[in-house]
Design a protein around this ligand. Sequence first.
Ligand code: ZN
Ligand code: ZN
Length: 379
Amino acid sequence: MKTKVNWFNSIFIFLFHVLGSLAVIFYFYKFGVNWYLIILGFVFYILTGISITAGYHRLFSHRAYEASPILEYFYLIFGAAAYQNSALKWCYDHRIHHRYVDGKDDPYNVNRGFFHSHIGWVLFDEPRKEFPQYNRDLLKNKRIVWQDKHYLAISTLTSLGLPTFIGALFGHALGGFLVAGLARITVVHHATFFINSLCHMWGKQTYTDKNTAKDNAILAFFTYGEGFHNFHHLFSKDYRNGIRWFHFDPTKWTIKMTEKLGLARKLTVTPREKIILAKVAMKEKLLSQSNGELCFNFADELESLKQQLSNSIENWQKLKVQYLKALNDFKVEKSWEAKRNLVQLRIKLRMAKKTYMLNYKVWLKQYKYTLKYATPALV
Ligand SMILES: [Zn+2]
Ligand SMILES: [Zn+2]
């Protein structure tokens, strides 16, 4: 494969990294550590990074929710300030990454090593197959097309011009340029590049082993919550990456907050039973790959509990279909009979949900017990 240096990207990244870092150290050495500048840098770090994860990634690439034009403009303007290409190009690359993950067409294929998946793919150009179907819908969004057309001007003004201007307001124009501009761009670059590199290298495969994506709570801390990458690769339409309330996912919280403010709507959430079944299937796989001997009759016991779980989920799904139909009937008929039917089904649905959650907990307990006592090779 013929590889050429992308001089434009390489020179910019070199300037941001080396000269930017040296200049910041020199600036603080000469003028002392300035907390206004550090706070300004942190604010820009949050605004531009979240615009990449909540905007470029979960909104534009995956359509995990819908956003008002104001919010789209916000993400397009501050996303450009992260200097990671226009949303149109970023989303195209990212969609190809999901579709051909770990393969030769994956732009940041981790199987080519850490350097390539982290930053090498930005510094070097190689001939790539075109997949026009992956940005057709994006080209219909006039705001995305506008940002792509004026990308260089928007990104330069917002990533370097704006911090310089704000810095100048309190007498530190150069400091604003260096700290909230150059240094912040470098930090945001690496925070988001980690998603393509380390999030495909370190962590657990909780939901699928069909690709290299990993769940890693520590990386989530450095990647605005994108560290739960294994979940994301299987359920990429979900607006969340960290699904539990305690999972550190500031991108998810931002999206939820914008929904409360009336700026976002139709947040996609993966049905809980789908997540449970994926988790169970992965754990079963782990057990079957173990070299340990299953003592007693643990395998049969686990299988029978799994059957109970599957049956209870199926029952809940059937009831849900009936409930939605009853809800529709009630809206049309508005009769007492329809209302009674609806209430009865609502109660049954709640019970069915409780049952499958209980069956899942029992299965999980048995699974842990099996791992602990019956498969010494895994312990
Ligand atoms: Zn990935
Ligand atoms: Zn993605």
